[in-house]
Design a protein around this ligand. Structure first.
Ligand code: PGA
Length: 252
């Protein structure tokens, strides 16, 4: 059965001290709200991954990085490789987040390569896709997501794609307070699962977790997560406060 996941993407927030106290608060609160079969993931910045790995050790919290470079090593000043992240003990790497696409010019080609390098290290990519506002307003969101999946994910074998977590994140809903309605989320999650079915067959598609991201909060998570093809959330702003994040975990 596919996993239910609540993942917190901290983006460029929290010093090491602040991040460690957030992890402590999540660790303390999680046993009261985390149901069996629900995974909690936190994705702090690179600089605190090592401390975070020690802090989550022995708890139910799993660790993700927010990005990695597409090459394994080499002369790429300022970059971090999947090998380094694996060595720290993180299990997941977020790939293709819309902020990476928008502000750091990530292309479908680099995203496809990053997914490969993450998988080659035995880690799980949390692969993000989703349309911008104008694409939604002109009814092109299905087409956009289909193209992204074709160009960035569908070079994988069935065996490989089973190790991927997909996160649908409509760009117009990220950090804006606008959320896809539960029906809008279900509609496009079902579409994504159908694309996976067409490419890999229903047995594979049914095993892949598809998360929703975009202004997910404690007060809207329950309804969104109740939808058949929504397997959890990738949470930005609301992941920065233990109370809010745990409120979302409790929504399952
Ligand atoms: P948000 O961000 O929850 O702040 O909208 C979600 C994300 O970017 O993953």
């Amino acid at each position: 059965m596919r996993k239910k996941i609540v993942a917190g993407n901290w983006k460029m927030n929290k010093t090491i001290t602040e991040g460690l106290s957030l992890i402590e608060a999540i660790k303390t609160g999680a046993p009261k709200v985390q149901k069996a079969g629900v995974d909690i993931i936190v994705a702090p910045t690179y600089v605190m991954l090592s401390d975070a790995a020690k802090a989550v050790n022995g708890s139910s919290i799993k660790l993700a990085a927010q990005n990695c470079h597409q090459e394994e090593s080499g002369a790429y000043t300022g970059e971090i490789s999947a090998t380094m992240i694996q060595a720290i003990g993180a299990e997941y790497i977020i790939i293709g987040h819309s902020e990476r696409r928008q502000y750091f010019n990530e292309t479908s080609a680099s995203i496809a390569k990053k997914i490969n390098v993450v998988l080659s290290k035995g880690l799980t990519p949390i692969y993000c896709n989703g349309e911008v506002k104008e694409e939604r307003e002109s009814g092109r969101h299905f087409e956009v997501v289909k193209r992204q999946m074709n160009d960035e994910l569908f070079h994988l074998s069935a065996e490989e794609v089973l190790k991927v977590v997909v996160a649908y994140e409509p760009v117009w809903a990220i950090g804006t307070g606008l959320t896809a309605s539960p029906d809008q989320a279900q509609e496009i999650h079902a579409f994504i699962r159908q694309l996976l079915t067409d490419k890999y067959g229903a047995a594979v598609a049914e095993e892949i977790s598809i998360l929703y991201g975009g202004s997910c909060k404690p007060d809207n998570a329950k309804e969104i997560f109740s939808k058949k093809d929504v397997d959890g959330g990738l949470i930005g702003g609301a992941a920065l406060k233990a109370e809010d994040f745990l409120g979302i975990v409790a929504a399952f």
